[in-house]
Design a protein around this ligand. Structure first.
Ligand code: FES
Length: 116
């Protein structure tokens, strides 16, 4: 008789933010500090739960190691660079809450990218 393997559980989400915390796109751990600020910022914006919930995950490298912090937003296929704290606040308000990507911070769009 085989052992029962438990299936992982995940809460529903509207978008998934993947933040590179690797060593090459920021010099002094700015990406890690940025990631650590997300819980509080998401809660304040009301996107930590509910219909607009944004799931967040650390990644180690996207092989675009320049001008970080860099991050990818799925399923929108939007890639942001130079995500300073001020720019993060813009992304949260304009993209996640209002649904309009922040054009001047985008460095790449994925192949299936709708004009999210
Ligand atoms: S270390 Fe961040 S993209 Fe490579």
């Amino acid at each position: 008789m085989s052992e029962k393997i438990e299936k992982p559980k995940m809460m529903d989400y509207k978008r998934h933010m993947l933040v590179c915390v690797g060593p090459r796109c920021t010099e002094d751990g700015e990406s890690e500090d940025l990631f650590d600020s997300l819980a509080e910022k998401f809660k304040a914006a009301g996107i930590d739960k509910g219909e607009l919930r944004v799931k967040r995950t650390r990644t180690s490298c996207f092989a675009t190691c320049k001008s970080g912090p860099v991050m990818c937003i799925q399923p929108d296929g939007i890639w942001y660079y130079n995500v300073t704290e001020e720019n993060l606040d813009r992304i949260i308000k304009e993209h996640f809450v209002e649904g309009k990507p922040v054009e001047d911070l985008i460095y790449h769009r994925g192949p299936e990218c709708a004009q999210a």
